[in-house]
Ligand binder design. Sequence first.
Ligand code: AMP
Length: 220
Amino acid sequence: MTKQSKNLILLGAPGSGKGTQAAKLTKRLGVPAISTGDIFRENIAKGTALGKEAKSYMDRGELVPDAVVIAIALDRLDAPDCKDGFLLDGFPRTTAQADALGAHLAASGRAIDRVLLMDVSTEELVRRITGRLVCKACGASYHETDIPPAREGLCDACGGALTKRGDDEEATVRNRIEVYNANTAPLAAYYEERKLLVRVASGAATPDAVFADIVKVLGE
Ligand code: AMP
């Protein structure tokens, strides 16, 4: 993979596999994976003011307001570890966020190189998310039937306890998908116009098959 194509966005609905692919890609490319959802969950766990504000939106499956998310994400992108690339998972989610991201990167002579769109049907998304298990300690993702851990309830990577995310309950999940369709899906056309969008065949494929497709698309 060439040096100039390491500023990446993973675009896709909740449950499309962004987090799973981000974990694999960050190892392969050696660039940090940045998840605004993870940043909020860390803040909720620590009981910060930001965490308290974000939680009220997250519990309902709504988006955290643009001004809050943009400040957090752009600040993270200025950290030294993002100098040679980054992988955004869950940001941007609105056109305003995408505009702010583009302007901020341009100001430091950077740009987005590729946007990987993970396309999955709504019913498959609901099935995946409602079965999702996440490690409390390291954040690794599993699925009750698709990607079960070797030992029930325990993370393969670190032995931590597996849990369900509070916002992974079916009614909230359906709302999160509606919010995605209304606010975030239009970003596919936004990045297509800018010739940055690449579709990844993530429908019924296994995580390894999706990863192989991404590696091919990126020309690794
Ligand atoms: P995620 O882990 O990416 O599914 O995000 C979980 C929740 O955090 C979302 O449902 C939103 O409430 C909030 N969130 C994360 N990233 C963003 C963003 N870029 N814009 C607005 N809200 C966000």
